[in-house]
Write a protein that binds this ligand. Structure first.
Ligand SMILES: C[S@@+](CC[C@H](N)C(=O)[O-])C[C@H]1O[C@@H](n2cnc3c(N)ncnc32)[C@H](O)[C@@H]1O
Ligand code: SF4
Length: 463
């Protein structure tokens, strides 16, 4: 269903404080903590074989875990090292992983989407990147320039001269750059010192080379941040006119990510101050012409994400929002998550074990999940809510042969309560998220999550 994006996001302080509880980010449903170890290599091979009958296009994800420096706030799966030569065996293992996967995949299936994430993909030396690109081209059917959505995460501090050109020549057409915060004291407190000039020069180069979309990552809630300092960061960043901006809420979970213990609790802005930073940032972004896509993401109205949202064709996967639905996602590298047919699977998270498993000729599957019919229904609902901010019951009933109010009778009281609080409107035909409810979309999705009660998982807070 197409959505009305002329509706602005409304920041309701009291409502947000009330609903500010931990929750998943729904890059998948069921979420990764619910994957099980009974899903093994054979299960993935069967899913890959079965997927060929559909002829669906492919999405490829490559996880490059290495980073030269440790940012104290980081919640990504990474390996911190100064040994750039570790990249050489890593890309050789990726080549083996692709070869083992290709034994089960029809090589004519086009690659609609390609993403390099990390860690820091550009930690790899240029020769290793060239080897990897060559290997991808050898194993898969890539699309001509600009027909696919080919993106890479860039840390400007780790980019050899000539690498952007290499990537562009291969067909990469979008970059996403980690900025986080420009304030010198904040950068020092999180151990990530990166000048504005450096970020600006990378964006300049990318635009000259013809990358068609530039996305920047910021984080609010970092130590020593104030509404004033973050406003300055935002003002400077907006002069670069990125096509997309992610403004993430700092997920502070030091028990899960021990380096975060190096961030002093007393330096972290209070919940009220964080809310002020968020409210002012949203107002600034809206004034600057950015639309709220959902879940921390903003985009200019002519960006593909914003267009897809208006047309009702937006989609969400492990890399966040996307315009390419209906692909099978193959994932390579340690800890990477694939979505093939009606399965999810994750590779081994330990670098050495991942490599050794490939050396023994096996796909390094650690765990996964086969989705049930109920999972597929709930996944569809969560995806549509998170992308469209609305759910058309008639279409849903037809597609899944059910009656929404009957099937979800158990959660109607929770939806009604959220409706009374002004997060959403619900009637016989549709559920519509209000402008006040949009920031709390995670919370609305949680009502449809059948796994939340099953297992205690420590999630970051919604806001
Ligand atoms: C894999 S990193 C990006 C690529 C590259 N390593 C870099 O830092 O420039 C993905 C993004 O996740 C976000 N991120 C990492 N840790 C986070 C945390 N604890 N809370 C919120 N966002 C976080 C940052 O904005 C970061 O840019
Ligand atoms: S934020 Fe990026 S560069 Fe920093 S440690 Fe995490 S993955 Fe590495």
């Amino acid at each position: 269903m197409a959505i009305d994006n002329s509706q602005h996001l409304v920041f309701d302080h009291a409502l947000i404080r009330r609903y500010d509880q931990p929750g998943p980010r729904y890059t998948s449903y069921p979420t990764a903590p619910h994957f099980g170890e009974d899903f093994d290599e054979k299960a993935l091979q069967a899913a890959l074989n079965d997927s060929n009958a559909s002829g669906r296009p492919l999405s490829l994800y490559f996880h490059i875990p290495f980073c030269e420096h440790l940012c104290f706030y980081c919640a990504c799966t990474k390996v911190v090292t100064r040994h750039h030569e570790w990249g050489t065996p890593y890309v050789a293992h990726l080549d083996q992983e692709m070869a083992l996967t290709r034994e089960h995949i029809d090589g004519r299936r086009p690659v609609d989407q390609l993403h390099f994430g990390g860690g820091t993909p550009t930690f790899l030396r240029r020769g290793d990147i060239a080897f990897l690109l060559d290997s991808i081209g050898k194993h898969f059917h890539l699309l001509p320039d600009d027909q696919g959505e080919y993106g890479i995460e860039i840390d400007p501090r780790a980019l050899e001269p000539g690498t952007l050109r290499l990537l562009r020549d291969f067909g990469f057409n979008r970059i996403s750059i980690g900025v986080q915060d420009l304030d010198a004291a904040v950068q020092k407190a999180v151990h990530r010192e990166q000048s504005f000039a450096l970020t600006a020069s990378i964006i300049d180069e990318a635009r000259q080379l013809g990358f068609r979309s530039v996305s920047l990552d910021l984080i609010y809630g970092l130590p020593l941040q104030t509404p004033e300092s973050f406003a300055q960061t935002l003002e400077a960043v907006l002069t670069l006119r990125p096509d997309r901006l992610s403004v993430f809420n700092y997920a502070h979970l030091p028990d899960r990510f021990p380096p975060q213990k190096r961030i002093l609790d007393t330096d972290i802005p209070s919940p009220d101050m964080k809310l002020r930073i968020l409210a002012e940032s949203i107002a600034t972004l809206q004034q600057a012409g950015y639309l709220y896509i959902g879940m921390d993401h903003f985009a200019l109205p002519d960006d593909e994400l914003a267009i897809a949202q208006r047309e009702g064709s937006l989609y969400r996967n492990f890399q966040g929002y996307s315009t390419h639905a209906g692909t099978d996602l193959l994932a390579f590298g340690m800890s990477a998550i694939a979505m093939v047919g009606t399965t999810y699977s994750q590779t081994i998270k330990d670098l050495d074990t991942w490599g050794a498993t490939l050396d023994s000729g096996h796909l390094p599957v650690e765990r996964g999940l086969r989705l049930s019919a109920e999972d597929l229904l709930r996944r569809h609902i969560i995806t549509r809510l998170i992308c469209d901010f609305s759910l058309d019951f008639n279409a849903l009933n037809r597609q899944f042969s059910l009656e929404f109010h009957q099937h979800f009778a158990a959660i109607l009281p929770a939806l009604k309560a959220m409706s009374n609080d002004g997060l959403l409107q619900i009637n016989a035909h549709a559920l519509t998220v209000t402008p006040q409810g949009r920031l709390l979309i995670r919370h609305i999705c949680m009502a449809f999550d059948a796994y939340l009660a099953q297992k205690t998982v420590h999630y970051s807070r919604v806001i």
